[in-house]
Design a protein around this ligand. Sequence first.
Ligand SMILES: C[S@@+](CC[C@H](N)C(=O)[O-])C[C@H]1O[C@@H](n2cnc3c(N)ncnc32)[C@H](O)[C@@H]1O
Length: 460
Amino acid sequence: MVDALNTSQTRSTEPSADALSFDNLQADTPAQKRALSYANTIYQLFHQVMDKQQPADRVVGEYFRVNKKHGSKDRRVIRESLFALFRWWGWLRKFDSQSEIEQTWLIQLTINARLESHPWSEFISAWETFAGLVSINSAPEFSHISQRATWLNEQFSEHCFTTDELVPDWFWEVCPSENSEQRLALVESLSSRPPIWGRVQNIDLDDAIQSLQKLDIPAKGCEFFSDSINLGNKNINLNGLSLYKEGELEIQDLGSQVVGQLCQPRADDNWWDTCSGAGGKSLQIRSLMLQQSQEAQGSIIASDIRRKPLEELAKRAKRAGFKKITTSPWKSDELPVPHAHFDGVLVDAPCSCTGTWRRNPDMRWIDTIDTVLDKPSLQLDILTRSSKAVKAGATLVYATCSLSPLENEEVVKAFLAQHSDFSLEITTHPFTGAKDTMHTVVPYQADTDGMFVARMLKRS
Ligand SMILES: C[S@@+](CC[C@H](N)C(=O)[O-])C[C@H]1O[C@@H](n2cnc3c(N)ncnc32)[C@H](O)[C@@H]1O
């Protein structure tokens, strides 16, 4: 098997892959000509991501920004084919043994489209014909990855396709799971896209749902949190939505919302969000305070080593009218806030982001095991320094969007081993109802990203 990972270990400054040459193929119809043009574009974007280790959403966004000639259908075919390639690359890379790059690519594109049940049949038939694949027309509508693996094993018996290999081998080393049913459910969820999740603030959920449904957005509530909203799977032009522009709707994955919920902020608490980024959880914490009392005096200081996300947070807070959120950049080892001062400190630590692989399927192939292994020492350092800001009797919450125990349970255990004045609290996993001291939100539990969260108490 050709190991695609070997080609992507180092960051390249070379231009992305050369264009493919389809000169020896006779494209007679407009659909065939377009199919070859798409094949070339997708090939170059794919290699820009893999060879230069650049995130696919950035690469494709920049491509469409520069190449304005593409209409909405072109964009859809290119974008969806590209993202699907990363979802199925663990299988598609096995076809790399074909002699000609062009033919290999057309085979991979055809199988990719069949695995996704893409609707652009005229282009798929063109790829299939040019690829010389005559016998795979019987692809059914798949509802499960096991069906896809079975179909591939029947069609291409010279290879063996297993569901575990849809993620890189190193993933199982850092996210071990002995239980084969759980492994399958995890790969299944990592092979599909979650819906767009949001949160309403300053507005009644039912009013928000009604106004979004009038715009043909299939919005609905969810059984877990009264302010969460499921916005369906289709892209939404947020800047065209008045709810969004007026700060009444924020996009936040439901898994991420678990973290704010388990912070359990009280109306008049003072919180420090130490790694706030653009402040998804700071906004949520303030909104949870206001849900308890419109007079809530609680405040949040948001910090990050990057200034730009803090500027974005300031805009979001202004949009929502949340005057009690302020920002304080974290520029050095010194705390940017007073010691032993806060009722709650949230450390949403930088991590490998393996829990977000559903939305960013390319990351599983451009990252390596080091993406996980180099994080725990940084995470422990940030958690240790942040803990100094917690006052006696108050709360410290540690969270990541990683699925690896090395970045999660092990970091918390290492912290507690050095800090006997902190102890874990028992909390309830909102999706499973499990009562425990540390929770992993696994993507298949509620169709979300993956997260980890643990809540600790500093002794009085
Ligand atoms: C998981 S993201 C935070 C996401 C954010 N809390 C949210 O809800 O959208 C981790 C953040 O930690 C920040 N970060 C990385 N190293 C840091 C450090 N040494 N000190 C403070 N923040 C850091 C990153 O810039 C990044 O924004």
